[in-house]
Design a protein around this ligand. Sequence first.
Ligand SMILES: NC(=O)c1ccc[n+]([C@@H]2O[C@H](COP(=O)([O-])OP(=O)(O)OC[C@H]3O[C@@H](n4cnc5c(N)ncnc54)[C@H](OP(=O)(O)O)[C@@H]3O)[C@@H](O)[C@H]2O)c1
Length: 240
Amino acid sequence: MKKIVLVTGASSGIGQATAVRLAREGHHLVIGARREDRLAAVAESIRNKGGSVEVHPLDVTDRADVTRFADTAAERHGRVDVIVNNAGVMPLSRLDSLLVDEWERMIDVNVRGLLHGIAAALPHFQRQGGGHFVTVASIGAHGVVPTAAVYCATKYAAWAITEGLRLELDPSIRVTTISPGVVESELADTITEPGAQEAMRAYRADSIPPEAIADAIAYAIGRPPEVDVNEMIIRPARQR
Ligand SMILES: NC(=O)c1ccc[n+]([C@@H]2O[C@H](COP(=O)([O-])OP(=O)(O)OC[C@H]3O[C@@H](n4cnc5c(N)ncnc54)[C@H](OP(=O)(O)O)[C@@H]3O)[C@@H](O)[C@H]2O)c1
């Protein structure tokens, strides 16, 4: 069945690969992020392959922006079937570097942005009597490593919020947490602390393409309505 699928952070990496993959499966994609030129390029590549997509520039830290994202899609298409809350940032650093602005940025995008996505889609899911939340968390939701305390905290929060949704909501609404390991993307580009940059270069030597995560998301979305894939961890086979 063709679904109306919203993806945040679709201008690069995992969000882009997910949009491309789901469009290939015949779903209609509504893709959001801040970089409009990059969103337009993703949309063009989807349309060139016969896919159906619309672009909706947004900043997930702005609640009104994210509300409009879901409301506009619902007005145009009569429903919203899936929201993939994927947008995230990862400016890693040691706590004693006191890069407080970067801590706050991670909380704003990775936690508040997720909450804004949930608040935007939930009324539509409840009105329709169905829907699917997909949260892109991280293996950072399952363990802490040095330089990643705040990032991991935001991903533990994403995991907890998504699990809370699963427990509280009507079973007609499905809930999936996707926890990637090291994936090729632009995520590490936001690191400003030299020590964390160096550590990340070594840590990210073995990585898997974002399409591996898109495959997992497509699998969860593609199960029948009574099957709820709650969590998947997908990491490079070499990653420990
Ligand atoms: N790559 C990995 O190894 C890995 C591992 C575990 C989890 N993850 C998670 O996967 C998700 C996607 O990351 P990625 O690896 O694909 O990195 P990426 O290539 O840097 O993509 C991040 C996406 O988030 C968007 N974004 C950032 N801030 C935003 C904001 N304020 N409003 C709207 N969109 C925003 C970016 O778009 P704009 O800049 O255009 O807004 C971009 O599309 C993140 O949640 C990340 O934590 C990644």
